[in-house]
Structures are given as C-alpha cells and as structure tokens.
Design a protein around this ligand. Structure first.
Ligand SMILES: O=C(O)CCC(=O)C(=O)O
Ligand SMILES: [Fe+2]
Length: 234
C-alpha cells in the first residue's frame, strides 16, 4: 500500500431526509478498500465500550459488538479524505476521530443510542466538543445475512418505494426506518442541530440473526481533537 494513489470517488448520493439531514451513499467505499479494512481490522477486535456520564469507558450489555480503531495508512487516509470532502472543504482532518471498525456476529447488536454525547466529560475541548456528524459504512456482510440493519426509530417512512432497495419496507413503519447492511454503502447524518444534540438521530444496530457484519464508524467532531485522540499524528 506504500504507493497507493487515492482514486477519485465513484459514489452517488441520495438525500433521505433534509431535517434531520440524512444522506444515503451507495458505493461509498470500493471492494478493494473493503477487503483492506477487513484485513487490517481482523485480529484486533475487542469488546466494544460505551462512555458513561463521567466519560469513563465501560463494557455494556447495550453494545455487544466488537470494535477496533484503525490507524491511518494510505488507504484509510484516502477514506478519511473522502469523508472530509463529502462534508465540504472546510472540515479539517484534525476534527476526525480515528475510524472505528465494528464487527457483529450472531445475536450481537447495539441498542438505541445517539452518537452525540450527553455527558460534558466526553465533549471537552480536548475531544473537539461533540460529534457533529456520523457515517456508518457497511464494509462487508455475509451473503446470507439476516438482521443487522441500522434502525432509526424516530424517522418517518420514506415517501418513495425506490427506497425499499436499501431500507426494510417489510416490517411497517411503527419502529422507524431500518437501513439494510448492504456492503460498501454508507449512511451519513448530522448529529447536531443549533448547537445541540438532535434526538431524532437515535439509532440502533439491530441484532444479526444469521451471518455476520463488519461496519465502520466515521465520526467528525465540532472542533479540533487533541493530538492524542487522533490518527493523523504520523
Ligand atoms: O451497527 C450499526 O448498524 C450501527 C452501529 C452504530 O450505531 C455505532 O457503532 O455507533
Ligand atoms: Fe451509532
């Protein structure tokens, strides 16, 4: 990967919702990038943690997946640049958290949560404030996967049935909108509205019922993260 040239992106985008802003991105990463992410993350997974009110990281029953942060190599950097460009040219890379790969096997899930923090301990200037935006990227999923979608319980059903290609239209809309884990695609959303966390961005990683799923979080803070929390030091 030493001489890797970052290719011009090939994605198209669709606005799923204007408010809250949610954008669906088919083919956000390439198959080669997906394989690379798989190989650099495998073997490094640890049980995912969540932060409590004081900012301490804990294991919790509400997040049973395994995750790992990815150090920046040329391919990871290329994906990071793409995520920054997507957000306009004004977001410096110092606002990016290290990319986080998340692996789910059967039964594993992440209960409803927001990616923005309610605890001030997690949003101090060192951390660059709160998480302004999130991408959840479906890196890979087994051919026979069942379950494992990303559910936004507070979102309204899409108006056009074309969305049924990527969201689950079989279950009714009482429980909100569920994006299916389709490899290489991504969902992007804005977490903050008027300087506050937007409650409508509540979402869950539904239990994987069959097969497995590898996902990736790309989180951008409102401000600059202290060097010790970034992956761009090298
Ligand atoms: O697994 C998913 O579909 C969503 C995961 C998620 O929301 C997270 O890791 O913050
Ligand atoms: Fe999340």
């Amino acid at each position: 990967t030493r001489n890797y040239t970052c290719p011009q992106h090939l994605y198209n985008v669709q606005i799923f919702s204007e408010d809250p802003l949610i954008i669906y991105i088919p083919a956000f990463i390439t198959p080669d990038e997906a394989s690379h992410l798989q190989s650099i993350s495998s073997g490094n997974f640890e049980s995912s943690r969540i932060a409590d009110q004081t900012g301490q990281q804990h294991l919790a029953k509400t997040r049973t997946s395994r995750s790992t942060s990815l150090s920046s190599d040329p391919i990871v950097r290329c994906i990071e640049e793409r995520a920054l460009q997507f957000q306009g040219y004004d977001t410096p890379r110092t606002h990016l958290e290290p990319l986080q790969a998340v692996q789910y096997s059967i039964g594993e899930n992440y209960k409803p949560h927001t990616d923005w923090f309610t605890s001030p301990a997690q949003t101090t200037p060192e951390f660059g404030g709160n998480r302004a935006t999130s991408f959840f990227v479906y890196v890979s999923a087994s051919e026979d996967i069942a379950g494992g979608g990303t559910q936004f319980p507070l979102l309204d059903a899409p108006s056009n049935e074309k969305w049924c290609e990527v969201v689950n239209c079989d279950a009714g809309w009482d429980e909100g909108v569920t994006f299916r884990p389709i490899p290489q695609n991504a969902v992007f959303w804005r977490n903050m509205k008027g300087g506050k966390g937007d409650k409508r961005t509540l979402h869950a990683g539904l239990p994987v019922q069959r097969g497995q799923k590898l996902g990736m979080n790309i989180w951008t803070r409102e401000g600059e993260l202290d060097g010790k929390y970034r992956s761009d030091r090298i």
